[in-house]
Design a protein around this ligand. Sequence first.
Ligand code: 13P
Length: 245
Amino acid sequence: MRKPLMAGNWKMNKTVEESVAILKELASLTKDVADRDILICPTYPALKSAADAVAGTNVMIGAQNLFWEEKGAFTAEVSGPMLIAAGCKYVIIGHSERRQYFGETDETVNKRLKAALKAGLLPIVCVGETLEQREKNETMKVVEAQVKNGLKELETGNWKLVTIAYEPVWAIGTGKTASPEQAEEVHSFIRGLLPAEVKETVRILYGGSMKPANVKELMAKENIDGGLVGGASLKAPDFAAIVKH
Ligand code: 13P
């Protein structure tokens, strides 16, 4: 059985103070939850305070990106060891917004993935097709290339540390959710691409307008093992409802 992971990606939202306040409220609302993992990924400046705010609770903290070098003259970048030192357990890699606006490719995803594992962070690798690609029936081809190239040359021992998030770009921030059937079709396709040793254990999250009203039907699908939630993770009661669905 795969333990569900309910993760919030706060993107470029919330100050340090706001982050701490939401996290304290969330930790209190979810304090009795033991059967699923809970993760919030705030902005870089808020990470350390966020990790301190949830210390001793069942809410974990992750980052939204990392750079593949450990230190040096790379202005504005942040490394894996720095994220570990700030209290992060997870890191999101290859989010579609990074791919769309910041030139992220499967090759840079792969470099970040290896750096995350080396630092001891648990990576969440995002994949997903655009609307144009879906309309041209290219969804499976696109997702397959993202999984194969983004996660290439991973040692078997490292595969079990990886989470994959399927986020159809057309469903992100649009209010338009993939139907549970549409999502499950891609999730089970992704599972089929995994090495035999980890086929049953790697978690595949769904992301794209997940909210309290649709989480149950999505999570009922066999290969949907959690969520990567944007907008609806910014309010503690909404995200707590998603966690407890
Ligand atoms: P929304 O939940 O706001 O659609 O965002 C999804 C997402 O991109 C999570 O990483």
